[in-house]
Design a protein around this ligand. Sequence first.
Ligand SMILES: Cc1ncc(COP(=O)(O)O)c(C=O)c1O
Length: 407
Amino acid sequence: MTRAKPVMQLDWQAKYAQRMERVKPSAIMELIKLAAQPGVISFASGLPDPSLFPATVLREMTAELLAEQGDTVLQYGTTEGLLPLRELIAERLSAQGFQAGPENILITHGSQQGIELAARLLLNPGDVVLLENPSYLAAIQAFDSCQAGYLAVPLDAEGMEVDRLPSLLSSCTPKLIYTLPNFQNPTGITLTQERRQRLLHYALERGIPILEDNAYGDLRYEGEALPSLAALEGGNEAVISTGTFSKTIAPGIRVAWVYAPARVIEKLALVKQVSDLHTNTFAQHLVYRYCASGRLDPQIARLRQAYRAKRDQMLQALATHMPDGVTWTRPEGGMFLMLSLPEEMDAETVLRVALEKKVAFVPGQPFFPQGGGRNTLRLNFVSPRLDEIAEGVKRLAAAIQEAGQAL
Ligand SMILES: Cc1ncc(COP(=O)(O)O)c(C=O)c1O
């Protein structure tokens, strides 16, 4: 009889690559898992409203695709993605002023993958990314995993404060500028037309590529659509722009795209090939069929109407219930707004009280790549039900008041 060998405890911690040092779970995100408890009204998630997913149509199309094209939709595909889908996206972008053909489009598994591929293509350890303060957490994590440094530029109601760039850029040349011009996550703020032009101007003048994350561009509830940085003069040369079907069709499908100069798309495709060969063929066919049948624009119109009502409900409830000293952004679209508490308050403390009162949100602090933001909160106004929003805001206001009194 052979005796079982003693189990050796391998020191995995010592084995992880250096680039993993800054990739860590966040304590705040662990706390937010409590938001899943019954009865909690959650403004914490990053999720769209699932009642608006076009599930019935997708079920029918799934059956049709398997019946009619089972041999191709289940097969391996090209790294760049399904050509008719790339053509369709290029056409939609051209209508928004982009110079786009299929050679400018790479299909990705979510725009998160596009961000990560761009980061891996461009960033060496120690390279600096210039970005908004605060910025999208999962992009910061992608840059962290490339061991990047940050130059975080404050935001005001008009977006990144680009007036600061000449002085910032005189002491440091970032390798990349990352920006969320439309309804930024986490603040909901939109970069004005004039600032878009100036940001691109500074980038072109200094030869710095821009990574534009346009995850929410289709979800505008008021005002005129503003051009993508990639669609401005010179933008087609310097801008990598990511877009996604996650917010308009459904995020679980994981189909999105990167727009970039054709030679950059070729390189990004090489990086993607190493990572996952290609995006899910079936999901690409499903998205293509959905869009080619003319359903995307009516779906976007439906989302805009429903989300606008939720945004309005939240803004109204905030105005009614929030105590003095609390301020918030007023997004023209997207899914989030940001609340700022008086400086001396800490959103994490408020979260503990809020969870007792059965309401949840995400403290803003993890979205600030260079620290700060302890007094800020991100609220998702699209994922709760319309009839929960006022009650959730009321509970949140009570939690803020209680945490403030305890100071
Ligand atoms: C600003 C922003 N960019 C990118 C993404 C990634 O979305 P997806 O990978 O589903 O396209 C998200 C998701 O929440 C986001 O908020």
